[in-house]
Design a protein around this ligand. Structure first.
Ligand SMILES: CC(C)(COP(=O)(O)OP(=O)(O)OC[C@H]1O[C@@H](n2cnc3c(N)ncnc32)[C@H](O)[C@@H]1OP(=O)(O)O)[C@@H](O)C(=O)NCCC(=O)NCCS
Length: 227
C-alpha cells in the first residue's frame, strides 16, 4: 500500500518519496535489494558486527507490512530508501525492556519508531541525494493529517560509531522536525565495545590497533566525561 508521496528539490534534483508497507512489485524489490546490498557491502569489512541484513532477510523486510519502506525516486528511478518500524519486535537487536523503562509514556502509546537503515545507490552517493531525500521525509513528519508518525513520537536508530558516527549529525541537520531527545545530537543512549584477546606468551600481540577504550567519539547520556 502506498501511503504518502512527498517531493523535495535542490537545484535540478527533484526527489519524490513514497512510503510503502509492502513492496509488491518484484522488479522494484530486486532494485531495492541491489541498492541496499551494494550500499552496505562497502561497510562489510569495517565493523565487527553486521551493519545490515543479508539478501534473504531483506526480502522478508520488504514484504513485512509492519516495516515502512520509504522509497526515493529521481526521474522515475529509485535512488535510495529507508526502513522504519513502530513495532520493536521487528528490531530483534533492540531491548524492549530498556525502551519501556527509558520512554514509558511513549512505550505505552506505541509511539517509539526504530529506523532500521537508510541507503542511497552507491553510484550516486555524496551528491546530496540522501540529504534531499531526508528533506522530503521531513515533509512526511510534518504531515499530521496522515498520522503515520504522530507528533510527540520517539525515533531511534543505531550505527557503528567508527564507521558512520556522523549519522547523528546528518539526521539532526536534515530532519528538523526531530529534536534530539538528550538535547544534543552528539549524546548517545549507549556505547558497546567489541573486544578480542589473543592467547599468547608474548606480552603484546602484534596486532594492537583498534578504538581506544575511554575515548568515545560521542558522549553518553548522563556521563559527561567518560575516562
Ligand atoms: C548514508 C547515505 C544514505 C548518505 O547518502 P548520500 O546521498 O551519499 O549523502 P549526501 O551526499 O546527501 O550527504 C549528506 C551528508 O552526509 C555526509 N556524509 C555522507 N557520507 C559520509 C561519510 N561516509 N562520512 C562522513 N560524512 C558523510 C555528507 O558529507 C553530507 O554532509 P554535509 O551536509 O555536512 O555536507 C549513503 O552514504 C549510504 O547509503 N551509505 C551506506 C549505508 C549507510 O551507511 N547507511 C547509514 C547507516 S544506516
Amino acid at each position: 500500500m502506498t501511503i504518502v508521496l512527498e517531493r523535495s528539490k535542490q537545484g535540478d534534483k527533484v526527489i519524490e518519496i513514497t512510503t510503502r508497507e509492502i513492496v509488491v512489485d518484484e522488479k522494484e524489490r530486486r532494485e531495492l535489494i541491489r541498492i541496499y546490498c551494494s550500499a552496505f557491502d562497502a561497510l562489510a569489512e569495517s565493523s565487527p558486527v553486521r551493519q545490515s541484513y543479508d539478501k534473504d532477510e531483506l526480502i522478508h523486510v520488504l514484504l513485512d507490512s509492519e516495516i515502512d519502506k520509504t522509497i526515493a525516486y529521481h526521474r522515475g528511478k529509485i535512488m535510495g530508501f529507508s526502513m522504519i518500524s513502530g513495532n520493536l519486535d521487528k528490531v530483534p537487536w533492540a531491548n524492549k525492556e530498556y525502551y519501556k523503562k527509558k520512554f514509558p509514556k511513549y512505550y505505552e502509546r506505541g509511539a517509539i519508531y526504530y529506523v532500521k537503515g537508510i541507503s542511497v545507490d552507491p553510484k550516486i552517493q555524496n551528491k546530496r541525494f540522501g540529504a534531499i531525500g531526508q528533506k522530503a521525509f521531513s515533509e512526511i513528519l510534518k504531515n499530521t493529517e496522515s498520522d503515520r508518525y504522530p507528533d510527540d513520537s520517539v525515533f531511534c536508530f543505531d550505527c557503528s560509531m567508527s564507521v558512520n558516527g556522523w549519522m547523528s549529525g546528518f539526521v539532526d541537520k536534515t530532519l528538523n522536525k526531530l529534536k534530539p531527545f538528550a538535547g544534543d545530537p552528539e549524546v548517545a543512549l549507549d556505547y558497546q565495545g567489541y573486544f578480542a584477546y589473543v592467547k599468547s606468551e608474548n606480552k603484546m600481540p602484534e596486532y594492537n590497533q583498534g578504538v581506544r577504550v575511554g575515548k568515545p567519539q560521542l558522549r553518553m547520556e548522563g556521563i559527561e566525561n567518560v575516562q
